[in-house]
Ligand binder design. Structure first.
Ligand code: ADP
Ligand code: MG
Length: 344
């Protein structure tokens, strides 16, 4: 448990290894805690419904780069990505708390821009900003958003309910946010070398918008509710499809077979990936930050979902012992690792 002496480098555990390690020593005391660590949001029994709570931290230099991220967009994204965690539980976001730590590099006008973005997102998603905390920081900007939401007890979706045979479904398209980041990073490098250079972002609007101004897919959970489908498992795609599939596989004790030719990519994104020398499949599997939904549904629901344009069936769940695989366009079976794919 928490009894290590000496010194263990955190890099030997990684982010998820560290969370797993810490969570082993945490005891729950409240009977109302239905789900603690381990999903997109914690789940608390609130008598006639479940309350959902999720929090995320955004650190300058780690999660965002202000040389190409307008503060208004950053504010918007910090709220929306938290709402997305509530949506991933099949819930509706209701309230947010926002804490910020600022260095003296930031002016009142800068903080106002940040909050304009946050307030725009709150207004659009009908979420109330109800408090937070403000502090100084030695260096840079740190934002922490905690989002509250609610869901009917029989509608909550965990990462753990998928069964072999279930269909694997994603909303929207994948990989565009990663390509947007790649383009912004490339323009920054050129700018640093030649400061009089005018950035060339022409034709990349969609990709850059996907990176800087993502949306939470409330429309998808509304649609699923309307057609009477409750996913057996669900999460949002923040770290990349491969990584998220591994989370569901681990928590549901299943494997997955995914088909490369089914993976959805926007045609412009596909072409840009080729132009940039990036494998479009790698962008879709590893890219992350698309904030689309990944979910599974029983095969018996196929008729209900097959006509929905905003979602794509990309594969199916198998027994855990079969592992996770990607069947390539040329019909070759590749092992799907958390970071992408490799030859079996
Ligand atoms: P997401 O990508 O959806 O934000 P994370 O990978 O950050 O999810 O977190 C996975 C789970 O681990 C969540 O249940 C989260 O609340 C929990 N978690 C993350 N960091 C910590 C921490 N420092 N202490 C306790 N729980 C944590
Ligand atoms: Mg997190």
């Amino acid at each position: 448990m928490l009894e290590n002496s000496g010194r263990t480098e955190l890099s030997t555990l990684g982010e998820f290894g560290l969370i797993d390690h810490l969570s082993k020593s945490i005891q729950l005391h409240q009977p109302s805690t239905i789900k603690g660590i381990g999903d997109d949001a914690a789940v608390i029994d609130a008598e006639n419904k479940y309350q959902l709570i999720s929090t995320d931290i955004f650190v300058e230099g780690t999660h965002f780069d202000l040389s190409y991220t307008p503060l208004m967009h950053l504010g918007y994204k910090s709220i929306v990505t938290n709402i997305s965690d509530i949506v991933a539980m099949n819930g509706k976001a209701t309230h947010v708390l926002v804490s910020i730590a600022l260095s003296n590099r930031f002016s009142l006008e800068a903080v106002e821009d940040l909050y304009k973005g946050m307030i725009t997102a709150c207004n659009l998603y009908g979420v109330d900003l109800i408090g937070g905390d403000t502090s100084s920081s030695q260096k840079g900007l740190i934002i922490n958003v905690t989002c509250y939401g609610e869901v009917a007890k029989d509608k909550v979706c965990y990462r753990s309910g998928c069964k072999p045979g279930d269909l694997v479904v994603v909303s929207g398209d994948l990989g565009a946010a990663y390509l947007g980041l790649h383009i912004l990073e490339r323009e920054k490098r050129i700018y640093l070398e030649k400061p009089d250079f005018q950035p060339d972002l022409e034709g990349n609007d969609y990709l850059i918008q996907r990176q800087l101004r993502p949306e939470a897919r409330i429309d998808i959970i509304k649609m699923l509710d309307e057609i009477g489908v409750t996913p057996t498992s669900m999460m949002d795609i923040s770290d990349g499809l491969s990584s998220e599939l591994h989370h569901i596989a681990k928590q549901s004790n299943v494997g997955f077979t995914i088909y490369e030719d089914k993976l959805p990519m926007d045609p412009i994104a596909y072409q840009r990936a080729i132009d940039l020398g990036i494998d479009p499949t790698v962008a879709m599997l590893n890219g992350g930050e698309d904030y689309e939904l990944l979910f599974t549904v029983p095969i018996a629901e196929y008729d209900k979902i097959k006509k929905e344009m905003e979602i794509t069936i990309i594969g199916h769940a198998v027994e855990a012992g079969e592992g996770l695989h990607l069947i390539s366009k040329s019909d070759i079976k590749h092992k799907l690792t958390a970071q992408g794919w490799s030859h079996v």
